[in-house]
Design a protein around this ligand. Sequence first.
Ligand SMILES: C[S@@+](CC[C@H](N)C(=O)[O-])C[C@H]1O[C@@H](n2cnc3c(N)ncnc32)[C@H](O)[C@@H]1O
Length: 255
Amino acid sequence: MLPSDDSPQRLYLELLKGCLTRLLFPDCCVNTQLAPTGQFDPEARRNGQDWPYEAETMIGMKRLDNVEHCVRDVLRRNVPGDLVEAGVWRGGASILMRGVLKAYGDTSRSVWVVDSFEGLPRANPDLCPEDAEDRLADFNNYLGVPLERVQANFERYNLLDEQVRFLKGWFRDTLPSAPIGRIAVLRLDGDMYESTMDSFTNLYDKVQVGGYIIVDDYGALANCRSAVHDFRNRRGILDPIQSIDWTGAFWQRTE
Ligand SMILES: C[S@@+](CC[C@H](N)C(=O)[O-])C[C@H]1O[C@@H](n2cnc3c(N)ncnc32)[C@H](O)[C@@H]1O
């Protein structure tokens, strides 16, 4: 939990997170192994362990708190660069990024909203054997959210403006030539080995010293975790990985 204070900024951001998760006005959820009943369970929603029906994010409160913490911290320390989420679904975590910029009056940074807007790629075991068992693309009816709907979600919170930039397409196609400059916070939520590795390969070097790298699926998905370890080993990255909750992890770039 972030420290509580009663400043208008903090009150706004708490309300925003309560709306984005629907913890404030419950919906229901899709039947999955993690949430077999389909009923709204506040604990599951808080922990980001269900697939919501209406909420704009599935990552739960601790991972939203972490997004807020990282963005506020780079603002406080003047770490230069934009905020990027690769893998946005309905846009909730990216909406929060824009909300933090708005709350603290930053008009210079962009939030990059990067997704196929049609779900995950089919696993390609020839290219990425680590993804051989990955079946998430079977759920693209649910996991693929059209760009227009994500934009409408930003609009719903009055947070759609020129500081929000959308990059549509498969990471492997869009990221190598993405017009993204310096990055202060990079959030990876593409679930798969391929998606995580493509994001690292093309974006990691843009993350500024003092900035943050957040990986949503580090604990839950072995293929995502392998990509993190492979990339860190290849690049000799020793910055300590900190746990956020049962799946999310992050580190601060120090060199
Ligand atoms: C679990 S969802 C993201 C959840 C979201 N961050 C939230 O706040 O709820 C994964 C997203 O990653 C996208 N994605 C995964 N791999 C991708 C790839 N290689 N290229 C483009 N989009 C990808 C999917 O379309 C989907 O929107």
